[in-house]
Design a protein around this ligand. Structure first.
Ligand SMILES: O=C(O)CCC(=O)C(=O)O
Ligand SMILES: [Mn+2]
Length: 207
């Protein structure tokens, strides 16, 4: 029987006001492809980048790698990365994420959270070379993790907690990076590995 690629797809939209919105899609890749991508991406050459915080050189609490088109160099907390080339799995994931988000991406940051001790601190994806109001498409594979958002200045706004399960796509768009911060906190619950791919469009002239 021929089934549509998007048969199981479900979508939830969250409007946060001030031109900020989120879309959370489930079952974005065909199930078998999601499984093979998780295995193969976890076998990529990943590293524990070091960043400077308050004058100290600190390893980030996760492994990562930057892949993309040659011109899409990327900087994170003052560290520059030349993109590694696209692999077959990254290319396949990019195509699905582009279709679902109706956007084009020239780069992806691969993050591996080895277990519940790995995390990403509060931050926004607001680097100048992503341009104004960048659309970020964030694909999660493997263990489900909590993803929290808090408003930067309005302390009356309640923080938001989402769970990002295997094979889900979180699309952050509009002015979200301007007004809100996000984090994947550590968890004490036993937790297997999780791969997260954040697809971005770097505008090389803005470096
Ligand atoms: O792992 C995630 O869900 C988020 C990763 C993230 O925020 C980032 O790489 O900028
Ligand atoms: Mn981020």
């Amino acid at each position: 029987m021929q089934t549509s690629l998007f048969d199981e797809l479900t979508e939830e939209q969250i409007d946060l006001g001030q031109g900020c919105s989120l879309r959370l899609l489930q079952q974005v890749l065909p199930a078998e492809l999601a499984g093979t991508c998780l295995q193969r991406l976890a076998a990529l050459e990943l590293e524990q980048t070091r960043i400077r915080i308050a004058g100290r050189d600190v390893p980030i609490p996760r492994l990562n790698a930057w892949h993309g088109d040659p011109e899409a160099a990327y900087a994170y907390s003052g560290v520059y990365f030349s993109p590694r080339p696209w692999t077959g799995e990254l290319q396949a994931c990019r195509e699905y994420c582009e279709q679902h988000s109706r956007s084009r991406f020239n780069s992806v940051l691969v993050n591996l959270y080895r277990d519940g001790n790995d995390s990403v601190a509060w931050h926004a994806d607001d680097e100048p070379y992503l341009g104004r109001n960048p659309l970020i498409a964030s694909l999660s594979l493997g263990a489900a993790r909590r993803f929290r958002l808090k408003h930067r200045s309005d302390k009356q706004r309640k923080p938001l907690t989402l769970t990002l399960p295997h094979n889900s796509l979180l699309i952050m768009q509009g002015a979200l990076q301007h007004h809100w911060l996000h984090t994947v906190p550590k968890t004490r619950q036993a937790c297997a590995a999780r791969i997260n791919l954040t697809f971005r469009r770097v505008i090389p002239d803005l470096h």
